[in-house]
Design a protein around this ligand. Structure first.
Ligand SMILES: [Zn+2]
Length: 389
């Protein structure tokens, strides 16, 4: 029932349409056409305006022919990371890759193609189904913004599946909470050759703070990273400003809070040690300058933890068993749109589609896994009409 060739062509078609975050309009229009051809109703919410993108989330509704079945939710994101323009997908030995100069964009075009093929197979074969509600989201890659700002009033479904992870051997049930941290260290500018003693080096202060920090894998549930540092203007200037951006993630809120506080303390401690008194105003005591810190801590997204007894998990597990495959429940270190959907009241797990080495030019899609993901989704939709809720 899953038409492998059609599905492969479809994913290549949509991979060839550029859709960096905030620029998903072209691929949205293509998907709208695909879904309308299948008799679905399509519209956009106002998330695009909220994030200053060129299109909103594409919301698709396919009316069911089995009213007793609970509505089911499906989602995949339309945006990609860069380098993602002019992608030329090719297939060798059952594996799809780019030409090596760009990402492939199977993250998450493969998830989209799984959903579209599932709907095509349902329509073509007259398979009974309940209402299907789909969100093709924008801006997942820049902080889950499409799902964060989605208009939930459009959805009746309380359960569903997001298709946005690596392998269909795994069903992701748990994703961490994440906090983003912006630190700005202010020192004092001075000529580095003539009067370095009159300066406070923001780079030195920042280095001391970071050198004292525990980063990387903190424990089984927690990670932390400083990802961006910028500051300084020239070798002969004591730098007066450095900006640092970091993050921490954890499946445990207390540990996350402790890690964020640890990183903040490292900055506070380093900054508090640095001051300089200048005697350029002829007063006896002079003027004392102290280093300063600005900090902005923001919740990026809340953790998700889907119950193994929940309906989407039971449906997928049963589907996999019926098809003769195997699947393991998985805890991920990354966030996904499902973090927000769960928070907003749609219980959903995240099924893999066969994509690997994401966010690199080596990204690849294993077609066998990609097809399997669609078979699992089709069986899941069938089971949704059979297993009582
Ligand atoms: Zn993704």
């Amino acid at each position: 029932m899953i038409e492998k060739e059609r599905m492969t062509e479809h994913v290549m078609d949509i991979i060839r349409i550029d859709s960096l975050s905030k620029k998903e309009k072209d691929v949205a229009i293509k998907l709208q056409r695909d879904m309308e051809e299948l008799g679905a109703e399509c519209f956009y919410d106002d998330a695009g305006e909220k994030v200053d993108g060129n299109v909103g989330n594409l919301i698709v509704k396919l009316e069911g022919n089995k009213p007793s079945a609970p509505p089911f939710f499906l989602s995949a994101h339309m945006d990609t990371v860069g380098p993602g323009e002019g992608i030329k997908p090719k297939i060798e030995d059952g594996i799809m890759k780019s030409d090596g100069t760009t990402i492939l964009g199977s993250d998450d075009k493969s998830g989209i193609a799984v959903i579209v093929e599932t709907i095509r197979a349902i329509k073509e074969n007259g398979i009974p189904h309940g209402d299907i509600e789909i969100a093709f989201t924008i801006c997942e890659e820049i902080g889950l913004l499409g799902s964060k700002y989605i208009d939930m009033s459009h959805f009746r479904a309380k359960q569903g599946i997001v298709l946005d992870s690596s392998t269909p051997d795994r069903l992701v049930l748990r994703c961490p909470s994440a906090d983003r941290m912006d630190f700005v260290v202010h020192g004092l500018e001075a000529h580095a050759g003539l009067c370095p003693e009159n300066g406070l080096s923001a780079i030195q202060i920042t280095s001391e703070a970071i050198a004292n920090m525990t980063l990387g894998r903190i424990d089984d549930l927690t990670t932390a990273n400083i990802g961006v540092i910028s500051g300084g203007r020239a070798t002969n200037i004591i730098p007066n400003r450095v900006k640092v951006v970091g993050e921490a993630r954890s499946h445990d809120e207390e540990t996350l809070k402790a890690q964020v506080n640890h990183m903040r303390s490292c900055f506070h401690d380093a900054v508090s040690k640095y001051e300089v008194t200048l005697h350029d105003d002829l007063s006896a005591e002079g003027t004392t300058h102290v280093a300063k810190l600005e900090e902005f801590i923001e919740r990026s997204y809340d953790r998700m933890d889907v119950d193994i007894e929940s309906r989407p998990v039971i449906l997928v597990d049963t589907a996999v068993k019926n098809l003769g495959y195997e699947i393991k429940h998985h805890t991920s270190g990354g966030g996904c749109d499902a973090n927000y959907f769960n928070k907003f009241g749609i219980e959903c797990a995240n099924l893999g589609t066969g994509m690997y080495d994401l966010h690199t030019v080596n990204e690849y899609l294993i077609l066998e896994e990609f097809f399997r993901s669609a078979e699992i989704m089709l069986e899941t939709i069938k089971l949704n009409t059979m297993i009582p809720s």
